[in-house]
Design a protein around this ligand. Structure first.
Ligand SMILES: NC(=O)c1ccc[n+]([C@@H]2O[C@H](COP(=O)([O-])OP(=O)(O)OC[C@H]3O[C@@H](n4cnc5c(N)ncnc54)[C@H](OP(=O)(O)O)[C@@H]3O)[C@@H](O)[C@H]2O)c1
Length: 322
């Protein structure tokens, strides 16, 4: 089977196609024939800095969907041929993948593989952010960074669904149109810190209730300036640079800062099934739309997908089709 391997850490050119033996599942594991693998911004960090597993070489990608093609000892509740999706299982940029059965979400008949693979990471994250990490209430105003991106568009749609207002931040005009189409109330085209004055103007000097910031340290410092009294800054931009160091006494206006980590979105199998079921409902009723201006690539073009993502040339969800 073909897989992408990172044999040495570095740029997109380190994503090479290799022929590997068919992986066999151990006890409690399944093998899946991958039909769609999600590309996430965090994958570029794994390629540059190393995967959470700490091993080299490794196959990147943590999200996807496909069909069960082998069952390890002791697996019940899944059968050969079942369609499943997963998130946070390393090795997804491949034609086949072995993962713990407990990490697999059985797919309902009306949710195609490519749609499931589009929402597992960014959809579950956006759902967790807006309902648990920083619940959005009707009438609240929010600022969403990279609002035309995979996560940003899902955040915008969920915030609007929950009755909040969205000030969307994007880096160019084409992205602005997409953010507006996704329901943003105001769209600011800006990079760096230039958004601060405009956000304060739009909120009559008060700032927003919540900032969703996946940018680097520069945007983090600027985001601090636009959180209103007792508001919340959700910061999840570690892939774009070192985590900002902050003296608690510098925190303005009694605001709260949250650094949400994916494992806390889905601490166990029940939470994974619950959030996935919620997502499928939000897809069925049209609150979430898969893709959102995204792109698909053949597996061997994984390096191009990373180049596009890192040059800020993409919108919506990127998928590899093995
Ligand atoms: N904590 C978690 O659980 C979690 C889960 C999922 C994602 N994340 C994080 O959320 C963020 C968005 O992830 P995503 O997968 O949905 O990616 P994405 O938003 O589809 O793509 C990344 C976007 O970041 C913006 N960006 C800002 N500065 C950039 C730079 N220097 N280089 C490249 N892009 C830059 C670009 O949008 P503009 O051009 O419009 O600025 C770009 O399109 C990432 O930081 C990711 O690591 C965290």
């Amino acid at each position: 089977m073909q897989a992408i391997l990172v044999e040495a850490l570095g740029g997109p050119e380190q994503l090479v196609v290799r022929e590997l033996p068919t992986p066999e599942p151990g006890p409690g594991q399944i093998r899946v024939d991958v039909t769609a693998a999600g590309v996430n911004f965090m994958d570029t960090g794994a390629r540059r800095l190393g995967a959470a597993t700490g091993r080299l070489p490794f196959t990147p990608g943590v999200e996807g969907a496909g069909r069960v093609s082998a069952l390890g000892e002791g697996v019940d509740g899944l059968a050969l041929g079942d369609r499943v999706a997963w998130v946070y299982a390393y090795g997804s940029y491949a034609q086949q993948l072995v993962l713990p059965a407990a990490d697999a979400v059985p797919l309902p008949d009306d949710i195609p593989d490519y749609i499931a693979a589009s929402v597992m990471m960014q959809g579950i994250t956006a759902h967790h952010f807006t309902t648990e990490a920083a619940p959005v209430h009707p009438g609240q105003t929010t600022l969403v960074h990279a609002a035309a991106g995979g996560l940003g568009q899902k955040l915008t749609r969920l915030i609007k669904h929950q009755g909040g207002d969205v000030i969307a931040l994007v880096s160019n005009q084409a992205k602005a149109d997409l953010a507006r189409a996704g329901g943003a109330d105001h769209v600011l085209v800006s990079t760096g810190e230039a958004f601060v004055d405009r956000v304060l103007e739009l909120t009559h000097g008060q700032g927003v209730h919540t900032v969703f910031d996946g940018g680097g340290e520069t945007t983090f410092r600027a985001s601090l300036k636009v959180v209103r009294r007792h508001g919340t800054l959700l910061y999840y931009g570690a892939v774009l640079g070192a985590a900002p160091v902050i003296n608690l006494r510098e925190l303005p206006r009694s605001i709260k800062i949250c650094y949400p980590v994916f494992r806390d979105h889905i601490p166990d199998h029940q939470a994974l099934l619950h959030r996935s079921a919620e997502l499928f409902t939000l897809l069925r009723n049209g609150t979430l739309t898969p893709g959102d201006g995204g792109r698909t690539y053949p597996l061997h073009d994984a390096a191009q997908a990373h180049r596009d993502l890192e040059s800020r040339a993409t919108t919506g969800k990127l998928l590899l089709l093995p």
